[in-house]
Design a binder for this molecule. Structure first.
Ligand code: ZN
Length: 247
């Protein structure tokens, strides 16, 4: 199966639309969405509408922002900017889209034999996986060979082969990883709507589970339009500013 992997769109329509248009040429058969469809950006309905149109081969899990927007979580651990954006989003989503966000399933979710998706960690949907120590804990407690995760907004790869643990930041315009049969992998496609690795371009992946090849891509989009939309909505200025630097 060829999967298109999308994460952390964060209501950034300009980024999401650009990724979808570009990815159409990649001939994927199913779509994996790793959560945080909304929160931060100013186009929540456009993004949720587009995700809802992606069926039937669509697998989604919820993110921490989706939970706060839907009222599943109070957002007590959010900073003021994130909380302001979440509350704004709750007020803007159509009833149908709010219901869709509220009903997004909790990860981890199995998508085929040996492949799973989650938002933060497969052990806890809200936990960030940044380091080899974080990855080690997951590898020692969670068996699935290939897991795609989001949440950190940093395209990255963690792997375990025998007793060897590896970490790699995925940089550049595109690249390819061939997974080895005995290895186990935690793979982050990065964020579409709010990259945080100092590369402002939108980030996504294609995974071919038969060939066991992962390809990542970064593409430029109309950041100025996203920023203008955020400012016009009256959302905190910092949410617009950070898009230009990818932080
Ligand atoms: Zn996120």
């Amino acid at each position: 199966m060829r999967y298109l992997i999308l994460s952390d769109m964060h209501a950034n329509w300009e980024a999401f639309e650009t990724v979808l248009r570009r990815a159409r040429r990649k001939r994927y058969e199913a779509v994996l969405v790793l959560g945080d469809l909304v929160g931060y950006g100013a186009a929540p309905n456009q993004v949720v509408d587009a995700v809802r149109r992606m069926g039937p081969r669509l697998y989604t899990v919820r993110g921490n922002h989706d939970k706060v927007v839907a009222g599943i979580d109070s957002g007590g651990n959010f900073n003021q900017t994130a909380l302001t954006a979440a509350q704004w989003t709750t007020g803007r989503l159509t009833p149908g889209n709010l219901r869709y966000v509220r009903d997004l399933p909790q990860g981890p979710m199995k998508v085929e034999e040996g492949v799973a998706i989650c938002h933060g960690s497969p052990l806890d949907e809200d936990t960030y996986v940044f380091s080899d120590v974080d990855a080690w804990e997951i590898f020692s407690r969670y068996e699935t060979p290939v897991t795609f995760f989001g949440h950190t907004h940093i395209p990255s790869l963690f792997w375990l082969e025998g007793k060897l643990l590896g970490v790699k930041a995925l940089r550049g315009t595109s690249g390819r990883i061939v997974l080895s049969p005995g290895g186990r992998y935690l793979i982050n496609p990065g964020s579409i709507g709010q990259p945080r690795d100092r590369d402002p371009r939108a980030s996504y992946m294609i995974y071919d589970s038969k060939k066991q090849v992962v390809t990542w891509y970064r593409i430029p989009y109309a950041i100025g339009e996203s920023q203008a939309r955020i400012r016009k909505a009256g959302l905190p200025n910092s949410l617009a500013d950070r898009l230009a630097v990818g932080a």
